[in-house]
Design a protein. Structure first.
Length: 365
């Protein structure tokens, strides 16, 4: 564990301390299901009544409520990294290219901008996910942005999976909103707490899990789905803002964007709900030590299991190589994925994107 990561975890530690105390006092109290009454649900009421919140207004995961203790954080922050030597010797850097062709055409395309930030255009609708263009708190980018972020114009939707700072960055969101006043933010319940503070009169739709956003359905459908994770930005706000994943559909193309998630049954369920997933965009990094990270981030092997279970045709890995957030070497996640693909364990086609690369799908995919 590097010093900068330990410092970053200090804030998380304090939040978790408050959260753990709150959980202990609220465990016997009944949760109340909530959702956005203006948005339709894709599940009938007898299957899903809404996201449960306790009397403190805190959300929880479907099957595994995340309630880490101070002792687990302390153990994580002070333990020696068994991969320290490997990490020190690792010279991996994400390849970065500047390919601006996507700005001059209207074709269906996915462009990785690093970590969990993507530009996606599908059926003429332009989307940016979890925009983070510069450094995050105490952690510097290990890969440069492939082009000037001011070039991102005519964006229709900004998808924010949750409020952690490597997915919701105030500076990046403000810049994107300034350059795209028509853009609408799609995110989870209670996330307006942050958007109202960061932006002036932001356009937004906030959904509970299994809800569908209001879009021009002749062009695109967007859904908010479960993830196994948690949320927090400051002291005592842990799990007060809903986290999740997204499904983006247009015509016969279905794209899954995982946000941050640990492995759980919701991943297989998404495949069942939507049929085959054409493109599975899923995290593969920040998984070591497994005992601490697995409730929140899938490992490469978990990502493979999830991709296989949802019958994904193609997989685009993310959430590795851009920020140093955990114990594994930066290049390890993608190497594992490539090795397992060669063995035939990964069933989907592996789309190993360079940062900035234009990946065209649909008629050219």
């Amino acid at each position: 564990m590097t010093r900068k990561i330990a410092i970053a975890f200090l804030t998380v530690t304090l939040s978790i301390c408050f959260y753990t105390i709150a959980q202990k006092s609220d465990r016997s109290k009944k949760e109340t299901p909530i959702g956005n009454p203006e948005l339709p649900s894709i599940l009938p009421p007898e299957q899903w009544k809404g996201n449960g919140v306790d009397q403190k207004g805190r959300f929880s995961n479907l099957e595994h409520p995340y309630t880490p203790t101070f002792s687990s954080i302390w153990r994580m922050s002070t333990a020696k990294n068994p991969q320290r030597a490997q990490k020190k010797a690792d010279t991996f850097q994400l390849p970065v290219i500047e390919d601006l062709r996507f700005l001059g055409n209207k074709e269906d395309v996915i462009v990785w901008l690093g970590h969990a930030t993507f530009f996606i255009r599908i059926n003429g609708i332009s989307i940016v996910t979890d925009p983070v263009f510069k450094n995050v708190s105490f952690t510097k980018r290990k890969s440069t942005l492939p082009f000037d972020e001011n070039l991102l114009k005519n964006i229709d939707y900004i998808l924010i999976s949750h409020d952690h700072r490597d997915h919701l960055d105030k500076r990046s969101l403000r810049l994107l909103a300034k350059n795209n006043p028509q853009a609408e933010i799609l995110s989870g319940l209670k996330m307006d707490d942050w958007f109202d503070k960061m932006l002036c009169s932001p356009k937004m739709q906030l959904a509970g899990w299994y809800q569908q956003y209001k879009t021009d359905m002749s062009k695109v459908k967007i859904y908010f789905l479960p993830a196994r994770h948690w949320s927090s930005r400051y002291l005592a706000d842990a799990n007060k803002h809903l986290w999740g994943s997204f499904v983006i559909q247009s015509g016969e193309t279905t794209i899954y964007f995982s946000g941050d998630t640990g492995y759980d049954s919701h991943l297989k369920e998404i495949g069942s709900l939507f049929g085959e997933i054409d493109i599975c965009i899923i995290g593969i990094g920040a998984y070591q030590p497994v005992w601490f990270m697995s409730p929140n981030h899938v490992s490469p092997m978990d990502a493979i299991k999830a991709s296989n279970e949802m019958r994904a045709k193609k997989i685009i890995p993310m959430h590795y190589g851009t920020f140093d957030l955990s114990d594994e070497p930066l290049g390890e996640p993608i190497e594992i994925l490539k090795e397992e693909k060669l063995k035939g364990i990964l069933e989907a086609e592996l789309i190993d994107l360079k940062v900035g690369e234009n990946y065209y799908f649909g008629s050219r995919g």
